[in-house]
Design a protein around this ligand. Sequence first.
Ligand code: PLP
Ligand code: SF4
Length: 373
Amino acid sequence: MEEWKRLLRESITTAEGLAGYLDVDQDEIRDTVRRYPMRINPYFLGLIREKGDPIGLQVIPDREEIEDRVCIEDPLNEEGDSPVPNIVHRYPDRVLFLVATQCPVYCRFCTRKRKVGTPRFVTSSTIQTGIDYIKGNSGIRDVILSGGDPLLLVDNEIERILEALRRIPHIEIIRIGTRVPSALPQRITKGLCNIIKRYHPVYINIHFNHPDEITEESKSACEMLSDAGIPLGSQTVLLKGVNDDPDIIKRLMQRLLAIRVRPYYIYQADLTLGTNHFRTDVGTGIRIMKNLMGFTSGLAVPHYVIDAPGGGGKIAILPDDNLVYIDNKIVIMRNYTDKTYSYPQAIDLNEPCVQNVSRQGEEIRVQGTGGRG
Ligand SMILES: *Cc1c(COP(=O)(O)O)cnc(C)c1O
Ligand code: SF4
């Protein structure tokens, strides 16, 4: 048996199982797992140092999950944008295609908590219906395989899906969203890489939340994927007590670049039922972004997005004080160290180039760079 399959089979899924390794309240775990499944595979378990640490918090069930009275089951209204089961068609040119229900671990904060770990949600018939839908809609040029975790399917099933999608002429790119390289890196085998690279261009976005998830094993999994010509991106969810800290996120982004993973998105946590205790405030997210922009490689700066409740899609949130003032003559802006600079608009060179711009009562004397001076 392949190592990853053995690791999955040896995963902890019960309160008694977990109590063998960590000092946990078995009743709490049991009550929570009755509603939302637990899976902690031996590799990920090995990253947990103690119960409340940033790795443990992500996968150890908490009674707060079943006591959440604030959030909702399907906060992004994915079901509302779903023309056929397991396809979410929200944007004009791309779809999300849920092809798996299993994951290497069950993250307690998962946006699809309503579905993951429940095998009946994905069948060979929903996969076929999804492929037919994509085939029938020539406006779709980008398919994002998600779930659950698509890379928990066996090689044959992955190949069957990739092959079917590649046969559709209007599909330009295929993306895979996965937590496998960070949570079960043993799943990235030579065989799997050889399959994926036959269907290029394939992009992979990897879910990474904490610098401690970057290990020799996850590094080597990412290297194998990169060497198969797959561009790698990362997606990170801001989580209270896990990574809601500017220095932790900076370290994570820098370490991702060092293993050739380009940070793509930082997500504000969704309003998913059972996850309210993980939510941070958006001000924290903005502070985290300000600690990246300018202070470290531009490549280490992802987009910070809120996936709008109700199905509005991802909306980028930027620090709002970079642009101090703009009119048709001048732009006043603030840099990462809080210093103010100006940029003259492309105006008639005969205009005087020194202007006074006033905003909120403050006078800023602006030295233009063009014109006669
Ligand atoms: C996130 C998402 C996508 C992909 O969005 P990008 O910004 O292109 O990465 C597509 N469809 C749905 C429904 C999504 O939630
Ligand atoms: S791996 Fe992704 S889909 Fe699976 S439980 Fe974690 S967040 Fe949800």
